[in-house]
Design a protein around this ligand. Structure first.
Ligand SMILES: NC(=O)c1ccc[n+]([C@@H]2O[C@H](COP(=O)([O-])OP(=O)(O)OC[C@H]3O[C@@H](n4cnc5c(N)ncnc54)[C@H](OP(=O)(O)O)[C@@H]3O)[C@@H](O)[C@H]2O)c1
Length: 281
């Protein structure tokens, strides 16, 4: 496994395992156990995924020392206040059965995220959180909060894949020493992702699938990836991306796939924002 160093010295695996949309306890537990057995050492969950307990039990049952596993979780908007964030972070630790969280993210830059961030800063200073970050920040939002917060985010987790490349966001993160992390590195399968002719053709040269090419492309851009699957053969496939290198020509071809917007969520749709505010977990 390759690692990337955050600006505070914490090392994050370049490839992890996402557990969104595995809400059933046993399914989530088995998926995480299988992922750990396959070699994944970063698990990405969230209070909103309703599976922190299952993740925690799988980690314990795996027998792998706690310090070898990088655990990310996220807080939802409902808890965005100073006290609310501290309480929610403690609840996550309780559900996960752990004494500290490797990376805690605020799931959306919405609501009172300024005071929630102050709560995270307090827990970070106390050593309960090894790293803190944001999710879903577009570049203008990221600049604003980096100029506002006492402690800058170490990570910005955003949607990033060949159809939505977010190069300006990556450039902005670089300016502030924030590490980019890609959610939905496969566009959740949309746009006939796994049969894309360009990704498939490039993959043929290296004996790799479209999925592996997409992960490798992000990793070569310095982006941490957290693909999700409940299938063991795909877990093995998705982690097997460290034995080939895409050429400059491959990278240039993939660049042409960018459509410049998300097909999964629309953060510019007022009704979508309203629905995120009313959702509870
Ligand atoms: N911060 C945020 O707001 C946010 C939002 C969304 C996601 N995330 C995080 O990012 C992680 C990944 O994103 P995601 O789960 O939304 O989508 P994704 O990883 O882009 O795609 C997952 C889909 O791809 C399929 N798949 C996985 N590997 C495959 C392969 N090698 N070949 C063919 N199909 C494959 C999976 O099916 P099977 O499971 O059936 O194999 C699943 O349907 C999440 O699990 C979560 O941890 C964060």
């Amino acid at each position: 496994m390759r690692y990337r160093e955050l600006y505070n010295g914490v090392k994050i695996p370049m490839l992890g395992f996402g557990v969104y949309q595995i809400p059933k306890y046993e399914d989530a537990k088995q998926a995480v156990l299988a992922a750990l057995k396959t070699g994944y050492r970063l698990i990405d969950t969230a209070q909103g995924y309703m599976n922190e307990e299952a993740v925690g039990v799988a980690i314990k049952e795996s027998g792998i020392p706690r310090e070898e596993i990088f655990i990310t979780t996220k807080l939802w908007i409902q808890d965005f206040s100073y006290d609310g964030a501290i309480k929610a972070a403690n609840l996550s630790m309780e559900r996960l059965g752990i004494e500290y969280i490797d990376l805690l993210l605020l799931h959306q830059p919405m609501g009172d995220y300024i005071n929630a961030w102050k709560g995270l800063e307090k827990l970070y200073k106390d050593g309960k959180l090894k790293a803190i970050g944001m999710a879903n920040c577009y570049p203008h939002v990221l600049v604003d909060l980096c100029e506002t917060f006492e402690i800058k985010p170490m990570i910005n987790q955003v949607e990033m894949h060949p159809f939505f490349q977010q190069q300006l966001n990556i450039d902005t993160m670089k300016e502030y020493d924030v590490v980019p992390e890609a959610w939905a590195p496969f566009n959740e399968g949309l746009h006939d992702f796994f049969n894309n002719p360009i990704l498939t053709e490039i993959g043929k040269k290296y004996g790799k699938s479209a999925a592996q090419v997409a992960l490798r492309w992000n990793i070569q851009r310095g982006v941490v990836v957290i693909p999700k699957t409940v299938h063991v053969d795909r877990m093995k496939q998705n982690i097997d991306v460290f034995d080939f290198t895409l050429s400059d020509e491959d990278m240039a071809q993939i660049k042409l796939l960018d459509i410049g917007h998300s097909e999964i969520v629309n953060h510019f749709d007022p009704q979508w924002i309203k629905s995120l505010h009313t959702w509870r977990c």
